[in-house]
Every structure is written in C-alpha cells, then in structure tokens.
Write a protein that binds this ligand. Structure first.
Ligand code: HEC
Length: 111
C-alpha cells in the first residue's frame, strides 16, 4: 500500500516543480507585446455644418469611416445617416439630417 502513496507524492511533487519552473520562465521572459495601430483620422476636415457632423457622427467612430467610403450621392449619404439612426441607434435630430448630409457631400460626395 505504500507504492501508490509514493506515486501520488511523486506526481504532486513533479506538478509543483513544473509550476515553479513555469513561473521562473515567465519572470525571466515577461511577454511584453507591442502593437502598432494604424493612424486614424479622428476629426472631420472643415466644411459646411462641420460642427453638426462632428457632434453627431463622431461619438461612435472616427471620421475615417466617412473618408474611406467611395464618394456617395446625396441619396446614398442620406440613407447612410438614416442607417446610423435606425440600425445603430444614433440620436440624430430630424432637423440635423440635411445639415449633416450637406457636410458629407462636401467631404466625400458625388453628383
Ligand atoms: C450610435 C453610434 C453611431 C453613430 C452616432 C454614428 N455611427 Fe456610423 N457606424 C456605427 C456602427 C456601429 C457602424 C458599423 C461599424 C463597423 O462596421 O465597424 C458604423 C459605420 C459607419 C460607416 C461605414 C459604412 C457602414 O454603413 O457600415 C459610415 C460611412 C458611417 N458609419 C457614417 C456615419 C455618419 C455620417 C454618422 C453621423 C450622421 C455616423 N456614422 C454616426 C455607429 C454609429
């Protein structure tokens, strides 16, 4: 009956030694990871009603989202603003939609 107990003691000992050596390894090799995020355009460039666009559109994401789109028509930008309101629950007042679309047309619109 001694053999199993010795076996268990040996197993526990080995496990503890294993943990200790893992700890020692982590201390000598702290895994410092450096990541480089892409540059982002946070603010809108100047344009008509830029303050309205800035206040309403940059709460959730950066201006890149607008600049990285292909140039859109007025109808498409209006649909985009309404998508932000309906799908993503952006709280944009009815009266601000046209002002924002004016800005978006100046920033990245096509006729
Ligand atoms: C309530 C948060 C919120 C606000 C406010 C908001 N957006 Fe978005 N927008 C999102 C989310 C969420 C996505 C999709 C995220 C993704 O795909 O990474 C998105 C994506 C976009 C895209 C990428 C194309 C697309 O349809 O997915 C554009 C362009 C965009 N938004 C423009 C705007 C404009 C213009 C405004 C202001 C009128 C605005 N957003 C306001 C949440 C918001």
């Amino acid at each position: 009956m001694r053999a199993p107990i010795a076996g268990i003691a040996l197993a526990v000992g080995l496990a503890a030694a294993g943990l200790l050596s893992l700890r020692a390894h982590a201390a000598s090799n702290p895994q410092v990871v450096t990541i480089k995020l892409p540059a982002t355009t946070v603010d809108f460039k100047p344009g008509p009603n830029v303050a309205t666009a800035q206040t309403n559109c940059l709460i959730c994401h950066g201006a890149d989202y607008v600049y990285n789109q292909p140039a859109l028509s007025r109808t498409q930008w209006t649909a985009e603003v309404n998508k932000m309101r309906n799908a993503y629950k952006a709280t944009i007042a009815d009266g601000d939609v046209d002002k924002i679309v004016d800005y978006l047309m100046s920033a990245n619109g096509k006729t």
